[in-house]
Design a protein around this ligand. Structure first.
Ligand code: GLU
Length: 385
């Protein structure tokens, strides 16, 4: 299984059942072992993000709510009380190995509304650049039922998409995807590798198997997460988290199901920019800037001749040459009225003109050159569409 070792960025989802012991307290021994597992990936130069459940499970104990079913406000109160305990547990596990962690609480809008998506991405990228391990959870305390992601399987897939991760590991209480529910059907066999998520594969995760596992998300939500990840260029690995050093174990051949990526993260992102966004405006650029953009370089204000349309920061715009031909599409870093003021300016004059600078008008990372414009396919599942 090569996906985990080959990934530059790995998102690991840790379920409540692993983190919280039967007594309702954090599982220190499991966390310490897992931290060592993470350290091994980091020593190979890989970046690791953790999506951790457990706030509600830890908080309900703190609040004396026992094991009964909780109302939504009680769950939210538990998450408020438990999230700090959860972070303390992660800090206690990671700090002895020299890692700093940072709490990132996301809502569904942060992964689906484009401006918030860009903002969340910038924050997480900054943390990763500083060598920090982001520990991410849903912001359960403020979300309402209608706007929740609801389970950390899907949240972790959205995070993988947000950061362009190549591998998503779902650590849970099952070994992987089986042909049927292994607790009921002795003939059930583990599927080690899924190349395409076909309806037949999805049917295996349905019915009785849908709820396999005690976490919020059964096998059906795991496959939904895998579909989001696959279309974003990220492979998903479903495996048992209770064994020692689970990440090391899967590289050593322990039981797991790998769901392959359909594309790579960069291609998925570029196809989304090219294909699924209705452009909100256009930038007409001079010949020098047009040549640079065709080579995939960032669009600087110096080469921009005119700005059309009413767009906001983060919106998709068309980039045209002076003959009016579309040469690229990209996500613009300034609102239209600011972009208009920047036309023809050198980059070091942006700050003086606007009082702030967000860098180039369209960064190379957020640019899709016209040869790919209109590419169908992965677009629909990409962020913020
Ligand atoms: N966000 C929830 C928590 O931290 C868990 C959701 C899940 O386990 O999928 O308790």
């Amino acid at each position: 299984m090569s996906e985990l070792a080959a990934a530059k960025r790995v998102v690991v989802k840790v379920g409540s059942a692993l983190l919280v012991g039967p007594d309702g307290a954090a599982h220190g021994a499991w966390l310490a072992d897992f931290a060592a597992d993470v350290a091994r990936l980091r020593a190979r130069g890989q970046q690791v993000l953790v999506v951790s459940s457990g706030a509600v499970a830890l908080g309900r104990r703190r609040l004396g709510l026992g094991k009964r079913a909780l109302s939504l406000p009680e769950k939210q109160a538990s998450a408020a009380a438990g999230q700090s305990a959860l972070m303390r547990a992660w800090e206690e596990a990671l700090a002895p190995l020299g890692f700093t962690c940072a709490q990132v609480l996301l809502t569904r809008d942060d992964t689906e509304v484009r401006r918030r998506w860009l903002n969340a991405r910038a924050t997480v990228e900054t943390l990763l650049g500083l060598g920090v391990i982001p520990v991410i959870n849903e912001n359960d305390t403020v979300v309402t039922e209608e706007i929740r992601v609801g389970d950390n399987d899907r949240l972790s897939a959205r995070v993988a998409q947000l950061v362009g991760a190549e591998a998503l590991v779902l650590l849970s209480d099952v070994e992987g995807l089986y042909t049927a529910d292994p607790r009921r059907d002795p003939s059930a066999t583990l599927i080690p590798r899924v190349t395409h998520l076909t309806p037949e594969i999805e049917a295996m995760a349905g019915g009785a198997n849908a709820q396999a596992g005690v976490g919020t998300g059964g096998m059906a939500t795991k496959l939904e997460a895998a579909r989001i990840a696959s279309q974003a260029g990220c492979a998903t690995i479903i495996t048992l988290g209770t064994r020692l050093s689970p990440l090391n174990a899967i590289e050593g051949g322990a039981n797991a199901t790998v769901i392959e990526a359909e594309t790579n993260p960069r291609a998925a992102y570029k196809a989304w920019i090219a294909g699924s966004l209705a452009p909100a405006g256009a930038l007409t650029v001079d010949a020098g800037a047009a040549a640079a953009v065709r080579r995939g370089k960032s669009l600087l204000p110096a080469g921009v001749r005119s700005v059309e349309g009413r767009f906001d920061k983060g919106d998709a715009v068309v980039i045209r040459d002076e003959a009016g031909r579309e040469i690229a599409r990209g996500l613009v870093r300034y609102p239209a009225e600011h972009a208009a003021r920047l036309c023809g300016l050198k980059s070091d004059a942006i700050e003086a003109a606007l009082g702030y600078s967000s860098g180039p008008l369209v960064h190379a990372d957020d640019l899709s050159v016209a040869a790919h414009a209109g590419t169908p396919g992965v677009a629909a599942a990409a962020p913020g569409a």
